[in-house]
Ligand binder design. Structure first.
Ligand code: ATP
Ligand code: MG
Length: 173
């Protein structure tokens, strides 16, 4: 059975974007589909989801970026990491190995002028027909919203962080 790939955007300021994408990965894996996660602008760290990915067949995981963005002196490094990550995304799409590709935090690339949004649009337009793509991150560019078939905005009603609750293992990382 050949499925028509979808484009989903999960944006907004509330918590739950990356984890919603990973919930969809879990769903796809259950059907024996092949899933790839590519994380932009995130550093290496002991994120529970990555530790789980290592033990999960059918799920490939790539990280680009140093984790700490928007320090003025380091902006060129961030730009380069972002561009390298995007080149990897192009390779992963062209390889046609996956049913679902999650481009986690990719919204920040056009937002910080690391990449022209039209490059993302082109990549998605030229993807293999069966490939679904989930884009996550705050402030998704209007063009990404336009080309997606499904767009969700997470609204923050409140977040523990605002009450002084620190990032917690199993919930935040
Ligand atoms: P999650 O990874 O938990 O699904 P997210 O992808 O929606 O969250 P990001 O914008 O990627 O959130 O932020 C990453 C981290 O910031 C997460 O640890 C998350 O808990 C935290 N965070 C998300 N939303 C808020 C918020 N409104 N206030 C403070 N911290 C937040
Ligand atoms: Mg996220």
């Amino acid at each position: 059975m050949s499925l028509q790939g979808r484009i989903l955007v999960i944006t907004g300021n509330g918590k739950g974007k990356t984890t919603a994408a990973l919930g969809t990965a879990f769903r796809a894996l259950g059907h024996g589909q092949k899933v790839c996660v590519l994380q932009f602008l995130k550093g290496q760290g002991r994120y529970g989801e990555r530790l789980m990915a290592e033990k999960t067949p059918g799920l490939d995981w790539f990280i680009c970026g140093r984790g700490f963005v928007f320090i003025k002196e380091k902006i060129d490094e961030d730009r380069q990491a972002a561009r390298e990550g995007f080149a990897l995304a192009e390779k992963l799409v062209a390889g046609d190995q996956y049913d679902l590709l999650i481009l986690d935090e990719i919204t920040y690339l056009p937002l910080y002028d690391f990449l022209d949004v039209e490059e993302i649009v082109r990549l998605l337009a030229g993807r293999p027909p069966r490939l679904s793509v989930i884009i996550t991150g705050r402030q998704a560019h209007p063009r990404l919203i336009e080309i997606a078939d499904t767009v969700t905005s997470m609204e923050s009603v409140k977040h523990g962080y605002e009450q002084g609750i620190k990032a917690q293992q199993g919930i935040e990382f």
